[in-house]
Design a protein around this ligand. Structure first.
Ligand SMILES: Nc1nc2c(ncn2[C@@H]2O[C@H](COP(=O)(O)OP(=O)(O)O[C@H]3O[C@H](CO)[C@@H](O)[C@H](O)[C@@H]3O)[C@@H](O)[C@H]2O)c(=O)[nH]1
Ligand SMILES: [Mg+2]
Length: 265
């Protein structure tokens, strides 16, 4: 049966999460959808046994593969590599660490059949972020989300759980995507020629906590995000308006400090 849906998972040192993600994902899809779905891990040469784990799952009949990159590193470029190698017309990206529930994948693909782009959102009634997600991550996340406000009306543009119809990626009008950083969905939302009259799909999900492995968020990733925002502001509003957005960033920095202060004290 032809592959229609592709799930791309950027992964770095995620061996312990590969099996639970794969088994839960295909169980959630059920027999029929599993036949037309592929799962692709894009691993940056973790050398932690991830390759052997995928080979074991392949022998058990799962349609899963792993691309091992030895020359490149980074979440966004790993996702783009997976998207370009994917066979499906409908592409989904999710994290390896089970913070994005595999059980929400069928709803994401359903939504993608009628929307050019779908975002898993943590900001909707009945869902949210696990209470054990660290305080400093909440502050960083809410500040980052506010800073992206001028670029998109999507409720959760920071989400690493998203999907798109492949034809928009292949469109010659698609602009170059920033291969650095963690916020690939934000870049795609800004730069793909998505139809203005068709809304972005949103699927609520509850963001879990990682139980195996470690987060790769670092100071470098935060700096990459700020550079990405600068590029997107210039892309959307033009270089002459940069000064306005520098003022905007300063206001947001003050917001960040105020929020941190109010959460701690
Ligand atoms: N190939 C590859 N994968 C990577 C790299 N860095 C991170 N990843 C993978 O990208 C996924 C997300 O990385 P985490 O380190 O778990 O991210 P996080 O800090 O928990 O951030 C999450 O929350 C953000 C929203 O606040 C999301 O934007 C982000 O995608 C992620 O879901 C994981 O599967 C991880 O293995 C890399 O350099 N290379
Ligand atoms: Mg994570």
């Amino acid at each position: 049966m032809a592959i229609v849906n592709s799930v791309i998972v950027p992964a770095y040192k995620e061996k312990l999460n590969i099996k639970p993600l794969t088994t839960r994902l295909f169980a959630a899809l059920g027999n029929d959808a599993s036949k037309s779905t592929e799962l692709i891990f894009v691993d940056d040469n973790s050398q932690d046994g991830s390759v052997e784990e995928v080979e074991t799952l392949q022998k058990q009949g799962y349609n899963v593969k792993i691309i091992v990159r030895t020359e490149e590193r980074g979440l966004s470029s790993a996702v783009m590599r997976g998207f370009h190698d994917a066979e499906g017309d409908y592409l989904l990206c999710m994290d390896a660490d089970l913070q994005h529930p595999p059980e929400s994948v069928p709803a994401m693909f359903d939504n993608l059949k009628t929307h050019p782009f779908v975002l898993g959102t943590r900001y909707a009634p009945g869902v949210g972020i696990d209470k054990d997600w660290p305080l400093y991550r909440r502050v960083i996340s809410s500040t980052a989300r506010l800073m992206a406000r001028p670029l998109t009306t999507a409720s959760d543009p920071m989400s690493g759980f998203f999907g798109l119809q492949k034809k928009y990626l292949l469109d010659p009008a698609a602009k170059d995507i920033n291969p650095e950083g963690f916020k690939i969905a934000l870049d795609l939302l800004a730069k793909l020629p998505l139809p203005a009259n068709e809304p972005i799909g949103e699927v609520p999900f509850s963001f879990g906590v990682r139980t195996e492995g470690e987060s790769k968020l670092s100071g470098k990733v935060i700096v990459q995000y700020l550079l990405q925002l600068k590029e997107l502001y210039v892309f959307k509003f033009g270089a002459n308006n940069l000064i306005i957005f520098l003022v905007f960033w300063i206001i947001l920095a003050l917001y960040f400090l105020a929020k941190l202060f109010s959460l701690i004290f």
